[in-house]
Design a protein around this ligand. Structure first.
Ligand code: SF4
Ligand code: SF4
Ligand code: SF4
Ligand code: FES
Length: 947
């Protein structure tokens, strides 16, 4: 197994269907019109020397190394910027060209440090390769002339260095930052000999606009921009393609290794979700995998006040099986349950829900999607018949109007955001609906046409007002609605939307969005060409989350924006496998593929294969499990890869529920906050140690491949299997592929999925079955999965959570680029350089009223709890709104979020909490006590050494 080398064709492939024939070095070749001579030559097997060209960027033509001669044409044009023409006769290797290329290389090398043997890029340097390719043997100019060899290195970025002495000013980094990433952090400063790469105005990388995506490092042909891990470890010698373990974009990477040591993660050009790009988390933030906090041995304790005792796997598994059996005997079959994780693979998740249904004999299984995208599942299933987004990511390239609602893609889904920014730079229009001025509203070369800065909690009112404009101004796509949707539900909805109380003028009073802006935004979406809606947790995490999803679906159907590239309803999923966790039957009422547990035919299919009778009654959701624990009827919980004590709302209630249980089992990488209340800890594996699949936000099933052996000795699916067998089941899987085969047998939308197919295609998007053997990039093309699309009346019912004299501000929460969810992974990496603590964003007006200055400690109080953190005074939030992230356990932002939740799915209302903010001088008493308890509960007694 060697290093996977992707061919660099120098320039992008042309998409033209017209073909052009020419000869290169006497060889006939036919390529699409618009192909560069460089690429055509490469496709014919001839590598023309190059330095400034690379096929991920537009051709630039600056290095003059790729010169060619063309019969009948004067001069020596650059092959990277010259397109092929019919009948052209090109020569790439004449004596004249050789001399010219050597001359160019002599100039570069005369101003380059000659430390190849000790350079970190030795063996992976295009300058070195080109010196060889042009046959450079000496440098006539010597090395004593004016040069750039004495310049300071910039080592400020935690992950890569910038050594200007090695820079050849090819500008690949600058173009990667602009074209691929869309950040525009780099420039070429100065002219001629004085020109140099600069990150901002004389700043270091860390202090600049750079978001550390690493695109420039990857593009750099020399060692100027270089990963610190390569400098430290050396060049990798083999690689494995796998999928990022962080967010729902699902980027593919080559994990480049030396032996069992990961050297670097390089985004995989063939990866269909990311097309060779990445963000700081996926590319660089993997150090947590070997962090000293990793727990690698199973541990048990009878009481949560006892220290942890390291035990063998057999003892830990046996203990759990005995305890769960005892609890069921004493309290009943329904007294235990399980929680699956969106961070785990499809196969792991499938096994946990199987264990609960087939082993525990109940349906008390739920997943963290409960607290994020459960309204998406319910809302889209009702409207279209499928609980998933409608498009693939490529679809954005065909969008004319992009609507972003309650999502912050540049932070939450950065690689997809880069594709979105590219489309916006190419002319698509943008409408942002968000209480906060997210970066997309205004950033280099991107500006939203409209920002509807609504009050938190008024999504449904605003979405219905958009519908009002579309209905009353005759902007409905009548033919689409007639052909594709239910006429009765459409008529009911249209009559409702047209009511004067839903007009922008009325809704302005509740939402704060000026009626004229709202009207113009509705007109743009309905008439601006392909309209695509992308939304996030700012839509779902409300008491009316499901209603808002339905309102979005209504808008798309009414305007005919479904069933083709460039349009659609696209939930931006948070965690890497939140789509998969839902698909796999993690909810208490559904088996895999979203089929209700009470459906006899479906249940029978599972019963026959599993050889057990299944309960037809839906089980408990997470909040119900916690309520039942406090009430005394729920006593044991198996939690795989979730930290409900930090991520779920109303922390005090979660803790009360956990404390009431007799056997809490946590399977995770670290002793997380939930583990403070656990009796058994089972060490889990990182994505680098896993074999399996993740399903991303576009329904794409991607392979996760084991890069290093499991550090704890057992893969996560093996742990679940051991537990199942200890509880009397008879499972004998030997590889996750066998679990996928079972999923395919039991789930119609996965019927055609197998590891063999994933190897063949790289990835597939479900539905993948006989009707769509290669998967389904765009859904609902001819007809909706449910037949006709269903419009739903979306009555706006304001949340019970209101601001008032005691709690006059509305808190909304979100995340930041460098951190990930509860931060368990990213806090254990160098990413803390960007976000060492959670901060409270507060508008200058609200801050001044309270005497709060930037950086002050403030107390954040709601009717359920309080916490302290430091203030960041900013007009990104509107007056009356405050905002924070929830990445740090010391802050415990969820101490203040309330028990309110979505009417249909119980998804918590994280996005609206009435709060008061006041000055304070440090952490609250609750935080101090919590920290003390947490520290005490992490005491570990090491396993006695074997005799
Ligand atoms: S830093 Fe690298 S990519 Fe950027 S101009 Fe210099 S050599 Fe080229
Ligand atoms: S790391 Fe990314 S954002 Fe930073 S300069 Fe390089 S390309 Fe630009
Ligand atoms: S965008 Fe998401 S999936 Fe891609 S590298 Fe970043 S965190 Fe990983
Ligand atoms: S590679 Fe064509 S000019 Fe540099």
């Amino acid at each position: 197994m060697g290093l996977i080398q992707e061919t660099d064709y120098g320039t992008r492939a042309s998409t033209s269907e017209k073909l052009v024939s020419l000869t290169i070095d006497g060889m006939a070749i036919t390529v699409p019109e618009g192909t560069s001579i460089m690429r055509a030559a490469m496709e014919a097997g001839t590598k023309i020397p190059k330095l400034c060209a690379t096929d991920s960027l537009d051709a630039f033509g600056s290095c003059r190394l790729c010169l060619v001669e063309i019969e009948g044409r004067a001069g020596t044009p650059a092959s990277c910027t010259t397109p092929v023409m019919a009948g052209m006769k090109v020569a790439t290797q004449t004596g004249k060209l050789k001399a010219l290329r050597r001359g160019v290389m002599e100039l570069y090398i005369s101003d380059h440090p000659l430390d190849c043997l000790t350079c970190a890029a030795n063996g992976d340097c295009e300058l070195q390769d080109m010196a060889g390719a042009v046959g450079l043997r000496d440098v006539r100019y010597g090395f004593g002339g004016e040069n750039h060899l004495v310049q300071a290195k910039d080592e400020s970025n935690p992950y890569f260095t910038f050594d200007p002495t090695k820079c050849i000013v090819c500008s690949r980094c600058v173009r990667a930052c602009e074209e691929t990433q869309g950040t525009f952090a780099l420039t070429i400063e100065g002219r001629g000999f004085a020109s140099k790469v600069a990150a901002g105005a004389g700043e270091k990388f860390l202090g600049s606009e750079c978001v550390s995506c690493g695109a420039c490092v990857q593009a750099c042909p020399t060692a100027t921009l270089m990963e610190k891990s390569v400098i430290e470890i050396g060049q990798p010698e083999h690689s494995v393609v796998t999928t990022c373990g962080y967010c729902g974009v699902g980027c593919s990477f080559k994990a480049e290794m030396r032996g069992n040591e990961l050297v670097r993660m390089v985004p995989y050009g063939e990866g269909k979700a990311n097309r060779g790009h990445s963000c700081v988390k996926g590319r660089f933030a993997w150090g947590y995998a070997t962090h000293r906090d990793r727990v690698l041995k199973p541990m048990v304790r009878a009481r949560t006040t006892d220290p942890w005792r390291e035990v063998s796997w057999d003892e830990a598994i046996g203990y759990v099986a005995r305890e769960f059996s005892r609890i069921q005997k004493k309290y009943g079959r329904g007294a235990i349950g399980g929680i699956t994780s969106s961070r785990c693979t499809n196969e792991e998740t499938f096994l946990v829900q199987k264990l609960v249904r087939a082993g525990f004999g109940n349906n008390n299984v739920d997943t963290c999607a409960r607290v994020c995208h459960s309204p998406t599942g319910y809302g889209l299933k009702t409207a279209f018949g499928t609980s998933a987004g409608t498009q693939d990511f490529d679809s954005i390239e065909h969008a004319d109007v992009i609507v972003v609602i309650g999502a912050n893609p540049t932070d939450g889904h950065p690689v997809f955001a880069s594709r979105m920014k590219k489309r916006l730079r190419a002319g698509a229009k943008l409408i942002v609906i968000d209480p906060r001025r997210i970066d997309l509203v205004r950033m280099p070369h991107v500006e939203a046409s409209f920002h509807l800065q609504l009050r938190p909690g008024t999504n449904v009112a605003v979405l219905t007002a958009l519908a009002h404009v579309i209905v009353t101004e005759g902007l409905i796509d009548e033919s689409f609605v007639r052909a594709r949707c239910e006429s009765e539900s459409f008529s009911d909805w249209a009559a409702f939307a047209a009511e004067p109380r839903n007009s922008p003028e009325e809704v302005e009073k509740t939402s704060g969005v000026p009626a004229a802006v709202l009207r113009d935004a509705a007109r743009l979406y309905a008439t601006g060409g392909n309209g695509a809606i992308y939304y996030g947790l700012g839509v779902t995490e409300h008491s009316q989350g499901t209603t808002a999803v339905m309102a979005i679906a209504n808008l798309a159907m009414a305007t005919g924006n479904l069933g083709r590239p460039g349009v659609g309803v696209n939930p931006l999923r948070g965690q890497n496998n939140v789509q998969g966790a839902c698909d796999m039957g993690s909810f208490p009422h559904e088996l895999s593929g979203y089929r209700h547990i009470s459906d006899d035919v479906t249940r029978k299919m599972f019963e026959q294969l599993w050889g057990v009778a299944l309960d037809a009654e839906p089980g408990l959701r997470i909040p119900n499990m916690l309520d039942a624990a406090v009430d005394g009827s729920f006593r044991g919980l198996y939690i795989q890869g979730e930290d409900i004590a930090q991520s779920d709302p109303d922390t005090a209630h979660v803790i009360a529920g956990l404390e009431a249980m007799e056997c809490v089992v946590v399977q995770d990488l670290f002793l997380n906050e939930t583990a403070n209340y656990a009796h058994v800890f089972l060490p889990g594996s990182t994505f680098l140690e896993k074999d399996g699949t993740f399903t991303n936000a576009e329904r794409r099933i991607n392979r996760v491949r084991r890069v290093v052996p499991s550090r704890s000795g057992m893969a996560d699916w093996e742990i679940t299997q051991a537990l199942a067998n200890a509880m009397g089941l008879d499972w004998a899987y030997t590889h996750p592929s066998e679990i996928m085969d079972e999923i395919a047998r039991l789930t119609p939308t996965f019927a055609g999925v197998s590891y063999e197919k994933l190897e063949k295609f790289g990835s597939v998007q479900w539905p993948c079955n006989d009707a769509a053997a290669a998967g389904t990039p765009v859904m609902h093309i001819e007809t909706f999965a449910r037949g006709r699309g269903c419009f739903m009346v979306t009555e706006y019912i304001p949340t019970e959570e209101r601001s008032g004299p005691r709690f006059p501000l509305l808190l909304t929460t979100g995340r930041i680029l460098s951190q990930y969810n509860v931060g368990a992974q990213t806090r254990r990496t160098e990413n803390v350089a960007w976000h060492p603590e959670d901060m409270l964003e507060i508008h200058p007006h609200d801050a001044e009223e309270r005497g709060i200055r930037d950086g002050d400690w403030v107390r954040l109080r709601s009717r359920v709890g309080e916490t302290s953190l430091r203030a960041q005074v900013t007009d990104r939030v509107a007056p009356g709104v405050v905002y924070t992230t929830f990445h740090h356990p010391l802050t415990q932002a969820n101490v203040v979020t309330t028990e309110y939740s979505d009417w249909a799915t119980n998804c918590p209302e994280y996005k609206v909490t009435a709060v008061q903010v006041s000055s304070t001088n440090g952490p609250t008493e609750w935080q101090r006590q919590y920290r003390a308890h947490s520290d005490a509960s992490r005491h570990i007694l090491a396993e006695p050494a074997a005799e």
